[in-house]
Design a protein around this ligand. Structure first.
Ligand SMILES: Cc1ncc(COP(=O)(O)O)c(C=O)c1O
Length: 351
């Protein structure tokens, strides 16, 4: 299996201020497509003054709202967290306390914070070999203690059959191993989440309100797990780790099923539009989710620079060389992206 250096601090999209400085283009002129965040967020209502004033209370009904929204069984604990990132950073300490350190497999390419957190906590981190994703032989799992899978993966969009993930979980659990499934982008893939099995021993599901709901700024997410593990994680995160205003907004957003249905329908249309636009520009998508598409291209950095010069921020990746396109917020944004890509095509930058 491949060994990777996860010690470097991962970089992220959405660094608009850095782009303003680097390209000397005012903030208001940028079209930021560098993240996979819904550009039309859930409309945040007013927050009652007492929510700002009082300490958050754990028995405010939020756990039941999360369970209903996620479709998890009663046996699953549904712990609100300050973004799934908070759980990603705390889980290695919980594992180390309960089972000691060991070996962890993470998807590569994939959201790099996973490998980074395990590596920082003293675990050996390896990339999940690509070939095991297509094979029924599960013996590779016997040499790892924890597997992290991102469903669907960011940035590749790769999605695995829930039956395969369940088989991984069962094989790992036979040796007290954990399967962590990061479902930050699951909203566009009904039937692919592992919620029906949430609460099973050693199965940890991470959900985020940063992506589909477009609420990255409030830092909101949830962990679905068995009670013992969820309690350990809650202790690790400490008292009041999710603010009162965040808990309040989470409760309202998760219960707003009308908005969720409309947003999913709109995003499905926009996903198709983005796939079509990229294809016309000679940059067919190699994979994606409801909220972003990823293009494999040897000149990814040149295209990123060409777009940045035109005030459009996208994210490039290496190994493999790729570009990720988030969705524009409005028609003007779509037109700008389309015009810029045509121009790069004419200049032979994106050929
Ligand atoms: C795959 C994946 N998981 C988790 C996160 C963390 O998101 P949040 O902490 O906002 O829930 C991100 C953020 O980019 C992500 O891409």
């Amino acid at each position: 299996m491949t060994r990777f250096d996860f010690s470097a601090t991962p970089e992220h999209g959405g660094q608009l201020q850095a782009a303003v400085r680097r390209w000397n283009i005012p903030r208001a002129h940028w079209l930021d497509l560098s993240t996979g965040i819904n550009p039309v967020p859930w409309p945040v209502p007013d927050i009652p003054p007492e929510v700002w004033h009082r300490l958050p209370e754990q028995d405010d009904g939020l756990e039941e709202i999360i369970r209903a929204w996620a479709g998890a069984p009663d046996s699953a604990c549904c712990l609100p967290v300050a973004g799934s990132q908070a759980a990603i950073m705390a889980l290695p300490a919980v594992r180390a306390r309960l089972h000691g350190r060991g070996r962890v497999a993470v998807p590569v390419p994939g959201y790099r914070e996973h490998g980074h957190a395990w590596s920082r906590a003293g675990f050996e981190v390896i990339g999940i070999p690509q070939d095991v994703l297509e094979q029924e032989d599960l013996s590779w799992l016997d040499s790892v203690d924890v597997v992290v899978w991102i469903q669907p993966n960011n940035p590749t969009g790769q999605i695995l059959a829930p039956a395969l993930l369940r088989a991984w979980h069962q094989r790992l659990q036979a040796r007290a191993g954990w399967l962590i499934v990061d479902e930050a982008f699951i909203e566009g893939a009904p039937g692919f989440g592992l919620e029906p099995w949430a609460g099973g021993r050693g199965l940890i599901l991470l959900r985020s309100l940063g992506k589909f709901f477009g609420l990255a700024g409030i830092r909101a997410g949830a962990v679905l797990a068995e009670a013992g593990l969820a309690n350990q994680l809650a202790c690790e995160l400490g008292a009041w780790s999710v603010s009162g205003p965040t808990r309040y907004l989470m409760g309202k957003a998760l219960a707003d099923t009308g908005w969720q249905v409309d947003a999913r329908a709109r995003l499905q249309t926009e996903r198709l539009r983005m796939e079509g636009l990229l294809k016309c520009a000679g940059l067919p998508s190699a994979g994606g989710t409801l909220l972003f598409q990823t293009v494999l291209h040897e000149r990814a950095v040149d295209i990123e620079v060409g777009l940045a010069r035109r005030g459009i921020l996208v994210r490039s990746f290496d190994h493999p060389s790729a570009l990720r396109f988030g969705l524009p917020p409005d028609e003007l944004g779509w037109q700008r992206l389309s015009a810029a890509l045509s121009e790069l095509q004419r200049l032979n930058i994106s050929h």
